[in-house]
Design a binder for this molecule. Structure first.
Ligand code: FES
Length: 85
């Protein structure tokens, strides 16, 4: 067995009370994008705690660099292209 490599990039989805009500579509969208790009081993999708931006739910951060709220599927695609693909 080889060593499991750490993912190079992480997409954090806020899993706080408010965001988890709204983030399932975006979560699926990111999962699909990662899979379509063949980056399953390079990109991880993880949960994070409330970011204090609940009014903008759902909130995501890409590699803790850019936290954005009010994410739609369209935004998810744009962010993925900008930071991941
Ligand atoms: S629950 Fe997501 S920012 Fe608060």
């Amino acid at each position: 067995m080889g060593k499991s490599k750490k993912p190079e990039k992480i997409i954090y989805l806020c899993d706080g009370k408010k965001c988890c009500k709204y983030n399932s579509e975006v979560k699926e969208c990111f999962k699909d994008l990662v899979e379509e790009a063949g980056l399953k081993h390079q990109v991880a999708i993880q949960k994070m705690d409330c970011q204090g931006m609940c009014k903008q739910a759902p909130v995501i951060c890409i590699h803790k660099k850019e936290c954005v709220g009010n994410i739609s599927k369209k935004d998810a695609k744009k962010l993925f292209e900008k930071h991941i693909a």
